[in-house]
Ligand binder design. Structure first.
Ligand code: NDP
Ligand code: ZN
Length: 353
């Protein structure tokens, strides 16, 4: 089969590989629509997960099942499925502890284009098919379905990590596709006011639709100072970080109220440590929590989030700024994701309707 692979850090191209083999609990699927992610950019050009040779890229798609193992109960060839970016081993002790995304080691629930070949291929392998796949809701478009792999579950996880409560004032730092879903998640969880940080106009327009009230540009000076000014020096109840750098933490700590919570889903790509401002962290006694997490994967979450889209509680279509057709567009979509032009939110490639 053909797959679009990372050849080495900074180099990608089409390769030939053997079609993956189906174990008794597994499924082999073929993508219907795929989406390119900022994480693919980190993996390929920044070496975020280290050197990889001939590893097929991609972890976002919806698909059709082509084969299932003899112990798979609920899926069969021909089923159209939602595929989470994170596919944990559900019989692991980490999953039993409630942290399935770390099954087999820290972050090891992220298997596609990390521990094994990803989904930018004619066929891909899904471990624990009954635990990880979900049936695609009737009538859902394949482009919408591809947003359920990573954008919705990760953005919403930001809102979970920050434990948004009714009436909270929330700062969302970063309103790319992930942060937009954090805005949507915070709105759905009852935030009373949402301050959003970002500059691309398409993202600002989409963030308004998802419930953001005020906008802050990180290019206009300190985020924290701008937030404190807008809140009469009080700060916000919760912060979700879905963009920025290691330095963003200092801003988040400074402008969250005592007792507040910071939820980070952003990838931190530089330096050895993150510094927390001592005074604003209440000299160690400020009750300002910092949480950071990889999105939870798995079938139940896919079914629940899929139902939100199917029942029109969440519209993911504003995330999709570019639609391509056919495998030959993968490279162009990846480069677009790296360059982040001003009209980009998320590119999707339709493989087969
Ligand atoms: P984008 O690059 O599309 O969006 C980043 C956002 O951050 C933009 O709004 C950008 O603003 C803003 N930003 C850029 N620089 C700064 C800065 N210095 N301070 C504050 N804001 C800034 O990324 P995605 O939405 O695709 O992804 C966001 C992050 O989530 C990535 O790091 C990605 O790797 C990570 N991720 C994490 C996952 C998880 O499970 N935890 C899963 C998937 C992705 P502007 O409008 O100017 O561009
Ligand atoms: Zn992704």
């Amino acid at each position: 089969m053909k797959g679009y692979a990372m050849l080495s850090i900074g180099k990608a191209g089409w390769i030939e590989k053997e079609k993956p083999k189906c174990g008794p609990l597994d499924a082999i699927c073929r993508p219907l629509a795929i989406a390119v992610c900022t994480s693919d950019v980190h993996t390929l050009w920044e070496g975020a997960i280290g050197e990889r040779h001939d590893m097929i890229l991609g972890h976002e798609c919806c698909a059709e099942v082509v084969e299932t193992g003899e112990l798979v109960k609920d899926f069969k060839a021909g089923d159209r499925v939602l595929v989470p970016a994170i596919t944990p081993d559900w019989n692991s002790v980490e999953a039993q502890r409630g942290y399935s995304m770390h099954s087999g080691g820290m972050l090891a629930g992220w298997k596609f284009s990390n521990y094994k070949d990803g989904v930018f291929a004619e066929y891909f392998h899904v471990n624990d098919a009954d635990g990880n796949l979900a049936h695609m809701p009737e009538g859902m478009s394949i482009t919408d379905a591809s947003m359920l792999s990573d954008m919705v579950p990760t953005g919403f996880h930001g809102a979970e990590l920050a434990d948004i409560q009714y009436g909270d004032e929330v700062l969302v730092i970063g309103i790319g596709p992930v942060g937009l879903m954090s805005v949507a998640g915070a709105s759905l969880k009852g935030a009373s006011k949402i301050y959003a940080v970002g500059t691309r106009q398409v993202c600002i327009d989409a963030a308004k639709k998802y419930g953001a009230d005020e906008f802050i540009s990180y290019k206009n000076g300190s985020i924290c100072e701008q937030v404190l000014k807008m809140t009469d020096g009080k700060g916000v109840d919760k912060v979700i970080i879905a963009g920025g750098t290691v330095a963003t933490f200092a801003d988040a700590v400074k402008c969250v109220k005592p007792g507040g919570i910071i939820g980070n889903v952003n990838y931190l790509g530089e330096g050895d440590s993150i510094s927390i401002p001592r005074i604003e962290w209440g000299v160690g006694m400020g009750h300002k929590q910092i949480n950071g997490g990889l999105m939870p994967g798995g079938r139940l979450r896919m079914e629940k989030l899929g139902a939100m889209v199917a029942n029109k509680k969440l519209d993911v279509s504003p995330l999709i700024s570019h639609v391509f057709h056919g495998w030959e567009s993968v490279e162009e979509a990846l480069i677009l994701m790296k360059d982040k032009p001003s009209d980009l939110i998320k590119p999707v490639i339709v493989i087969e309707d």
